[in-house]
Design a protein. Structure first.
Length: 263
């Protein structure tokens, strides 16, 4: 539905693309997709089936519309791939992200004068919980590492790239920026959890357990996406020359002020 909706939003522009069917390439990819499906069926490997679906869609685009059309809908094709389950990537990506978040948060806390020690995926500080009088400790689980938000932000980035960015190289820059956005958003989340624990206690800020999180903890999770959307919007504005418009407006305003002062 999302892919269809995005296509509908740019239908007038896309319909101007000439149709030049690539029969040979399309036929090859269609056969390859069917082969992947057969191999997955015979080997009971569902991910071969997911790959076959993606390849068949690519083959169909080339068979009926051609390479120019595929270039226009490339990011929609990538977005379509996000519907497949990517569970096998969780362990490979979450562990490095956890270490990054622990080191980044502990480094910043030490920089601002808060004693913090990183140990694996845990972060122990010298600050005390105002309720329990125990040292505040933050355990960065998979969901706090940025793993979940990363996939969501990739999809948001694909939507931004398709709708708001016109040049292809700018779209690649935007998508390359997404992992940094995910880290920045979760960094803000960790700071919110720490300062919330420092002010109102760990129970209020985090909750009583991994499966009993507090409303403040949920709010900090939403802050990840607020930070991410702001950063991505700023990047799109810069890529599309928005900073030039702001600079020109500021120059015009300064000139008007100077004229008024001279008058």
């Amino acid at each position: 539905m999302a892919v269809a909706g995005l296509f509908f939003c740019r239908r007038k522009e896309l319909m101007k693309t000439p149709v030049q069917p690539a029969l040979v390439s399309g036929a090859f990819l269609l056969l390859l997709g069917f082969l992947f499906y057969w191999a997955g069926y015979r080997g009971h490997q569902k991910y071969f089936g997911y790959a076959s679906g993606q390849i068949v869609v690519l083959g169909a685009i080339l068979w009926f519309l051609g390479w120019k059309w595929f270039g226009q809908v490339f990011w929609l094709w990538v977005l379509l791939g996000m519907m497949w389950p990517w569970r096998f990537l969780i362990e490979r990506i979450s562990a490095p992200l956890q270490l990054i978040m622990v080191k980044l948060t502990s480094g910043f806390m030490n920089l601002i004068g808060v004693d913090a020690v990183a140990s694996g995926s845990a972060l122990t500080t010298g600050s005390l919980d105002p309720i329990t009088k125990l040292p505040i400790s933050l355990d960065i689980h998979v969901e706090c590492s940025g793993m979940r938000s990363l996939f969501a932000l990739v999809m948001i980035g694909l939507v931004f790239a398709f709708l708001r960015v016109r040049d292809e190289w700018k779209r690649w820059v935007l998508m390359a920026f997404v992992p940094f956005v995910a880290v920045a958003g979760n960094f803000v989340r960790m700071l919110m959890l720490f300062f919330g624990s420092l002010l109102w206690g760990t129970k209020f800020a985090i909750g009583e357990g991994h499966h009993d999180i507090s409303p403040f903890h949920i709010l900090s999770g939403l802050a990840v996406f607020v930070v991410a959307l702001v950063l991505m919007s700023l990047l799109v504005s810069v890529l599309e020359g928005g900073w030039k418009k702001v600079f020109k407006k500021s120059k015009v305003v300064r000139r008007e002020i100077v004229r008024e002062n001279e008058g």
